[in-house]
Design a protein around this ligand. Structure first.
Ligand code: NAD
Ligand code: USQ
Length: 407
């Protein structure tokens, strides 16, 4: 069951944020591969659905039902602990000490850029939650005295998206500096961050926390700078409707490609922000779960610096995605005012050699997969609330929201 060609053995893995869009299919994938999986989640994402009065397009089951279904179907057990890792440090530490996991996958952060920009309260919540979640985890690993490999889900957005034609390296930039004595010396530094939202800023700060704890306490850390995830289901979530994954389509949590596929399926003009000249990195959810399995199988050694992988498989310009889906489905494209403060046009070149060298065979955007997502959206279109589609969170107070037909 384990990855072929690796020396992987059964590991005990804690998945922080294992009820979320990436965390749930990852938990199932790791459990199916033979690992012992324990989910830790405070269910805050489900509470945010209540706050926003917006639900997943797909009918996700309560976590208890999901876990029961997984056991029914596969005979495998995934345990669950409801802990807010940003606030309940003692409970977190106790869990690490009693369970002694080999690895922790850290998804447990507020991950929407528009949500993080809605108001001062949302900005503060995102910073408090994300910074404390990551720092508590690091401090708990040190306090436990255990050698736990931490795999974190970071973002391509920490780099900013304009690189003057250079391919974004995997985390580190080689620079040449001139010493006082006039000598030219090479150094490697963390690629300078250039976040575009309060959410992306917290991910930039995470990098410094990792660098410090790795240097000071020799914690083994892999930071995965992931692109925009698209798709819904994986091999495991397809096994039974009760295992179905979350599908966010609302203006705050829906990400661009899944939103366009859903909009095409329900006959809502695709909401391209501005000129749609923004180029972004993408990865299918099935590759997300494979990459995490690969990262767990290849931990850095204790004397190694933080290992940073660019977890993306392709880049696309937003308007090209919309035009491609329009070509496939006949859906309309609407160019709306951009509610965000971001460059109207950018090129993006990204290196992703580390995952390719570890055996990733990337899934790229293809008609079959696009149609698969559109079919999921069509099947559950009766659950769609059209009023939740426009992106209403604005980066600067003077902007109008992006609603088709309203300029
Ligand atoms: P999600 O919101 O669906 O899942 C996050 C999960 O973490 C939720 O179940 C939530 O309840 C839980 N959580 C949040 N704060 C917590 C806390 N303090 N204690 C315990 N649990 C907590 O998000 P997702 O799309 O699955 O993203 C997961 C991670 O991957 C995020 O860190 C995000 O930054 C990163 N990422 C996501 C994407 C994407 O396109 N979805 C792309 C790149 C990176
Ligand atoms: N966009 C549109 N129309 C829409 C929605 C978005 O044109 O209806 C545009 C946005 O203006 C932006 C681009 O599409 O230029 C991407 O937006 P997004 O919401 O899909 O992605 P983003 O806000 O960057 O965030 C998502 C995840 C986040 C993750 C990030 C990866 O929510 O957790 O970190 O993708 S990355 O973009 O590579 O930094």
């Amino acid at each position: 069951m384990f990855l072929s060609g690796t020396k992987q053995t059964r590991k005990k893995i804690m998945v922080m944020g294992g009820d979320g869009f990436c965390g749930w299919p990852t938990s199932l994938h790791l459990s199916n591969a033979g690992h012992e999986v324990i989910i830790v989640d405070n269910l805050s994402r489900r509470e945010i659905d209540v706050e926003l009065e917006a639900e997943s397009l797909t009918p996700i089951q309560p976590l208890g039902k999901r876990l029961e279904a997984w056991e029914d179907i596969t005979g495998k057990t995934i345990r669950f602990h409801r802990i807010n890792i940003a606030e309940q440090f003692d409970a977190l530490l106790h869990l690490l000490v009693t369970e002694q996991p080999d690895a922790i996958v850290h998804f447990a952060e507020q991950r929407s850029a528009p949500y993080s920009m809605k108001s001062a309260a949302h900005k503060r919540y995102t910073v408090d939650n994300n910074m404390n979640a990551t720092h508590n985890l690091l401090a708990a690993v040190v306090e436990s005295g255990l050698d736990i490999h931490l795999v974190h889900l970071g973002t391509m957005g920490v780099y900013g998206y304009g690189t003057a034609g250079m391919a974004i390296p995997e985390g580190y930039l080689d620079v040449e500096v001139t010493t006082e004595a006039g000598e030219r010396v090479e150094q490697q530094i963390l690629y300078p961050t250039n976040p575009g939202s309060v959410y992306h800023m917290t991910k930039s700060q995470d990098q410094l926390l990792f660098q410090f704890y790795n240097k000071n306490d020799r914690i083994r850390i892999t930071d995965l700078h992931q692109g925009i995830v698209w798709g819904t289901n994986t091999e495991e979530t397809k096994l039974d409707e009760r295992l179905i994954n979350r599908f966010d389509y609302d203006g705050d949590y829906g990400t661009v490609l899944n939103r366009f596929l859903m909009q095409a399926a329900v006959g809502y003009p695709m909401t391209v922000h501005g000129t749609g000249g923004q180029t972004r990195a993408f990865i299918h959810i099935q590759d997300t779960v494979r990459c995490i399995e690969l990262a767990i199988a290849h931990p850095p050694s204790p004397d190694e610096k933080v290992l940073i992988f660019n977890q993306m498989t392709e880049t696309h310009r937003v308007r090209d995605l919309a035009e491609m889906i329009a070509g496939l489905t006949g859906a309309e494209v609407a160019y709306v005012d951009n509610p965000r403060n971001e460059a109207a046009e950018n090129d993006l070149h990204v290196k992703n050699e580390l995952f390719l060298s570890k055996g990733l065979q990337p899934i790229t955007l293809n008609e079959g997969l696009l149609t698969e997502v559109t079919k999921v959206a069509e099947e559950y279109s009766h659950r769609a609330d059209m009023d939740k589609i426009p992106a209403r969170s604005t980066w600067t107070r003077s902007h109008k929201p992006g609603i088709p037909g309203e300029k």
